[in-house]
Structure formats: C-alpha cells, structure tokens
Design a protein around this ligand. Structure first.
Ligand code: GRF
Length: 202
C-alpha cells in the first residue's frame, strides 16, 4: 500500500515512518512527500532518500483553494492513506472529503486534552502528570477525528517543556508507524469516537 506524507517542517515523524518501512515493521511504500513550505527540512531528507517530493504553497491561497491544490497533488499517487506529520495547515472539506477516513494525523498530547499548537507546552503549563501522543483519523475539525492509538508519557518533576516534548516525540516515533501498520493491514471500523480494530490489542 502507498502512503503520501504531508509535512511542514522538521520531518522526524516522516523519518520514523520510513525507518519502520525499511525495518519491515510498516508494510507500505512512501509514494510522495508533500510540503506547504519549500524550506521544510523533511523535504531535503525525502529528496536524499529518492522519494518524490512536491511543494504546494499556501501563500496567497484561501484554505479551500490550498486544499484543492493539495487534493490535486495527492490524487495521482492513489494513496491508501495520507499521513499528516507536522503538517501545520488546516484542511478544508475539499481535501478531507476527497479521502474519507483515509487521512491520519499525529498530535503530541492525549486528545481531547490540549488540541492545537504547542500541545506539550499546554500540558506542561496545566500541570498534568501524564501526557502522550494521539494518532487519529482526520475530520474537518482540528485535532478531532476518531482516535486510532494513544501512548501515555509521564511528566517528570524536573521536566521542562522541552524535555517533555522530547519524551513525547520518542513515543510519537513508535506509535505513528504502529498505528499506520494496523490501519493498512487490519480490519477496522469507526465506533463512536474511536477506531476499533477487529483483533483488539489496544
Ligand atoms: C510532532 O510533534 C507532531 O506530533 C506534531 O508536529 C510535530 C512534527 O514534528 N503534529 P516532525 O516534523 O515530525 O519532526
């Protein structure tokens, strides 16, 4: 099965997905990496790996126009799943409706706590003792769709927002490929607010 990964920046989750593919923990191929920013470090990485890349800039476009341009860029790759990996633009129905329940995102908190930007800082400031990451299907609301998988991460007494974010990121790099592997290769359905796999392990 083919994946298209959408990024805006660093691309460490993109790397984690590719590493999992190379190690055959994730049975998939990376068909393309698309960024809204030409200067995304993840794009340089993808190019170096010989993965097709594309830039679909949002500059000067409405959200809908950008989503239409993204949709038109993704469609020819015929991906089974589209993975958002640090993709920092909101997707309009023009995009989400073209790929119903075939878009997946990773967010650095235990949703529904701390959606939006700076989730790790939000969790730190709130004083929670446990945070983590969430893989969810994408709907038209920010950080909101049915939950696929979550991993909990402790907040330690001597944490700073940065050390907490680094610990959550390590969990992201394990959780995202595992969630994508299950979505691609197991039977699942959406029940209420969660994705239920037929062979329940989590
Ligand atoms: C990650 O923390 C991810 O959860 C969030 O944005 C960050 C992207 O990091 N959506 P990277 O570009 O994958 O390194």
């Amino acid at each position: 099965p083919r994946l298209v990964v959408l990024i805006s920046g660093r691309g460490s989750n993109l790397r984690a997905l590719l590493e999992a593919i190379e190690q055959q923990r994730l049975r998939a191929t990376l068909a393309a990496v698309i960024s809204n920013r030409a200067d995304a470090a993840g794009l340089r990485f993808a190019e170096a790996q010989g993965i097709p890349t594309q830039v679909v800039s949002h500059v000067g476009l409405s959200r809908t126009a950008h989503s239409e341009a993204l949709r038109d860029a993704v469609l020819p790759f015929e991906p089974q799943l589209i993975c958002l990996a640090g993709f920092m633009r909101l997707l309009a129905p023009a995009f989400t409706q073209a790929f119903p329940w075939r878009i997946v995102n990773i967010h650095p908190s235990l949703l529904p706590a701390f959606p939006g930007l700076d989730a790790q800082q939000q969790a730190f400031d709130y004083g929670v003792k446990v945070s983590g990451c969430t893989v969810h299907l994408v709907d038209d609301e920010l950080d909101h769709g049915p939950i696929v998988m979550q991993s909990a991460v402790p907040v330690l007494d001597d944490d700073t927002p940065e050390t907490l974010a680094a610990r959550i990121l390590m969990a992201e790099h394990k959780t995202y490929p595992a969630a994508v592997e299950r979505l691609l290769h197991e039977a699942w359905e959406i029940v209420g607010r969660r994705v239920m796999f037929q062979s329940s392990q989590s």
